[in-house]
Ligand binder design. Structure first.
Ligand code: C2E
Ligand code: MG
Ligand code: MG
Length: 676
């Protein structure tokens, strides 16, 4: 039988079965959801549908301009009737016979055919038609995407609008069964207000869904009993966006590891948890040694790859409950707990070292990096994430100071050292402001004639209580805390003035000034020195700048450029403490040097070091450099360097560093006045 014949047979069977209903005045019809066609109707329904005949009505394709909501609602009827064929629904529907709206209150029930087909029996209720507002609100309720459900006070479902009906897992689902988390129901029902608003997860046919839920106490319009009107808006996309934003705020986008923000909240929470359970734990601070070199030599992309690989490896070290975060740059933080004993911790530290030092392929090249690791323990070294992190960081620096690729535990001594360094820094700042630094001068003497040829400026700190403090004590601190540039300029200016004044008195001396390698990182360094000479009315050619080998070691373009400019402007450059660094001969050749100062350690152990000193002197002469022996204390030492034809010397044998007035007196005593 073809479809048309089947349909006609169905219409015929219905016509026979429902024959008696033709007499009734209430409009009735049978709707076949499958074919979206009316397949029977009594004469009264023809007027309602504005149909000329039953054939006319039955020939209409009702599916043609049916909205999605209506189609979905009809499918719901179908499934609901399959579950309970005796069920009836009463709903206000707006029909559109020949495109003219006509609102009716319809009772729907199931009509099962012998072949198992489920048809919809529709019967118009004779009650008073609804007013316009009620009609519109009924329509709105029908079409809205807000899910609206009315539950009895015991939680049984009384009504669901199509949106709620579409999403519910089963039509019988109670209010208690609706929520993913049982506490949601409590939040709603225990609230004192008549209306409660929360965001919570509900069950749906498609799985859990975040909803903005509003629950309102009301009365059921049919029974008059207490009921719950629940409206829900699906906010899962908003929630997902919010979660993503939250994730991004607390995670590092490169490695996807938690970041510093996350650490301060989540790590603290975990510490509190462990401590409340009387457990112990540790924070492990990891810094990759010389990470900057990787970035500088292989590029930032390779550096990033390295960090990603290391972060993956660090995750493999974690036990249950442990976590890892990236604090920024090449710094990682591990939270380890609970911790049974020190050995367990040491095993983890060893694993960290193993995974980090294991070979890594970067840009097709095998690379090996090492970590410096600092450890703080809780509760021993603190209970608060900030102080524990600070302590682990201090311990990490201690490991770096100890030569890298190692670990250190936090100790009180480390913290004390930092404290005293901070105090020391504060004192140095005051010293600079109050002019407590004084420049001493040590004579530089001609080996042959024993005449004073120049002076080396050496700074001292005239401390109000500690007396004269030597530079070895404070120069390294000034370098660390960024005061060296200021101090360097101070000494330089005093040296220029001393040279100028001695020259004005007729003493033509060359004054040497020590420059810290860190002064070269100051962009304005060259200009600052030139400005000072200019301001003090000094003579550039009479100033020698002493640098150490470490300045040249970096092969840093900007340093070399600065050195060249200094030479072009007329300064002499001397290399200080020669022999203690790399003593690379290539320096002497490559850089614009004029003088080489042999470190005093060689002079003072001349017996053993003789061949070295001899070698340095002959080499310097080869490169046409002046040679100065430092730290000459005895006549024997002087005799030895004289034998090697060393040009000049400095040392206690002739004079210690002395203040400017004493130096001037010394010049007068030696009467080396050369100019009239
Ligand atoms: P340096 O530039 O090698 O200075 C020579 C050091 O050897 C001076 O120590 C000097 O007092 C000492 N000395 C000279 N002759 C003898 C001797 O016969 N025997 C012994 N045992 N020592 C002798 P000082 O003044 O304590 O300076 C130490 C270092 O501090 C200097 O070594 C220099 O590197 C640094 N320094 C001093 N002043 C300044 C400064 O103004 N700026 C910078 N950046 N560093 C400075
Ligand atoms: Mg020096
Ligand atoms: Mg020296």
């Amino acid at each position: 039988m073809n479809e048309d014949n089947k349909q006609r047979a169905l219409q015929q069977r219905l016509a026979n079965r429902l024959h008696d209903m033709n007499r009734l005045r209430r409009p009735m019809w049978v709707f076949d959801i499958e074919s979206a066609c009316v397949c029977w109707g009594n004469p009264s329904c023809l007027a309602l549908w504005d149909a000329e005949s039953l054939e006319d009505l039955m020939s209409r394709d009702m599916g043609a301009d049916m909205t999605d909501t209506v189609a979905t609602r009809l499918r719901h009827y179908q499934t609901d009737f399959k579950q309970d064929p005796k069920k009836q629904f009463q709903e206000v529907w707006t029909l559109y016979p020949n495109a003219v709206p006509c609102t009716v209150d319809v009772v729907f029930s199931a009509l099962r055919m012998d072949d198992g087909r489920m048809l919809l029996f529709c019967e118009v209720d004779a009650r008073e038609p609804l007013d316009a507002d009620a009609l519109r609100s009924a329509e709105a309720l029908f079409h809205t995407s807000v899910m609206i459900t009315l539950f009895s006070s015991s939680g049984a479902p009384l009504y669901r609008n199509p949106a709620a009906r579409s999403s519910v897992r089963s039509v019988d689902e109670t209010l208690a069964e609706h929520f993913e988390n049982p506490s949601t129901l409590q939040q709603l029902t225990l609230a004192k207000d008549d209306e409660v608003n929360i965001v919570a997860q509900t069950h749906t046919v498609d799985g859990p869904c975040w909803c903005d839920i509003s629950a309102r106490r009301c009365l059921d319009a049919v029974s008059g009993e207490h009921a719950w009107l629940i409206s829900e808006v699906d906010v899962s996309r908003l929630k997902a966006t919010e979660e993503r934003a939250q994730f991004l705020a607390e995670h590092d986008t490169l490695t996807n590891l938690p970041n510093r923000n996350h650490v301060s909240i989540a790590f603290q929470r975990r510490i509190d948890q462990l401590l409340a359970a009387n457990e112990r734990g540790a924070l492990i601070f990891i810094d990759i040694d010389r990470f900057k070199d990787i970035n500088d030599t292989l590029g930032h992309t390779a550096g990033d790859q390295l960090l990603v690989k290391i972060s993956r490896r660090l995750k493999t070290v974690l036990r249950k409950g442990d976590s890892v975060a990236r604090l920024g740059g090449d710094e990682f933080l591990l939270m380890i707990g609970p911790l049974d004993d020190r050995q367990a911790l040491l095993d983890i530290v060893q694993r960290i070292k193993d995974v980090i030092t294991a070979r890594i392929e970067l840009k097709g090249r095998p690379i090996t990096v090492t970590p410096s690791i600092g450890i703080s323990l809780f509760p021993e070294n603190g209970r608060n994430i900030d102080s524990l992190m600070r302590n682990a960081d201090l311990a990490m620096y201690d490991a770096k100071d100890g030569g890298r690729n190692d670990y250190s535990f936090f100790t009180q001594a480390l913290s004390d050292a930092v404290e005293s360094r901070i105090n020391f820094e504060a004192e140095l700042n005051t010293a600079l402001k109050e002019g407590q630094f004084v420049t001493y001068f040590q004579p530089r003497v001609d080996v042959e004639s024993n005449a004073i040829t120049g002076a080396e400026a050496l700074v001292r700190w005239q401390h109000p209580t500690r007396g004269l403090v030597p530079p070895d004590v404070f120069i390294p601190v000034c370098e660390k805390c960024g005061l060296i540039a200021k101090l360097g300029k101070l000494v330089f200016a005093e040296s220029v003035r001393a040279q100028r004044d001695w020259a004005n008195q007729g003493y033509e001396l060359r004054v040497s000034v020590n420059l810290s390698p860190l002064q070269f990182s100051e962009e304005s360094m060259v200009q600052d020195l030139l400005d000072i000479v200019d301001f003090e009315n000094g003579t550039i050619s009479a100033i020698e700048l002493e640098i150490t080998e470490s300045v040249l070691l970096g092969h840093d373009e900007s340093t070399i450029q600065k050195l060249n400019t200094l030479v072009d402007k007329g300064f002499r450059i001397a290399i200080d403490d020669f022999g203690t660094g790399y003593s690379n001969l290539a320096y002497l050749h490559r850089y614009p040097l004029r003088c080489l100062k042999i470190d005093r350690s060689f002079i003072q152990s001349l017996d053993n070091a003789t061949p070295i000193v001899e070698l340095i002197i002959s080499m310097a002469k080869l490169f046409k450099l002046d040679v100065v022996a430092e730290g000459v204390e005895t006549e024997e030492q002087l005799a030895a360097i004289r034998a090697y034809k060393c040009h000049e010397y400095q040392g206690f044998l002739f004079e210690k560093p002395i203040d400017r007035a004493a130096f001037t007196a010394l010049l007068e005593k030696h009467d080396i006045k050369r100019c009239a």
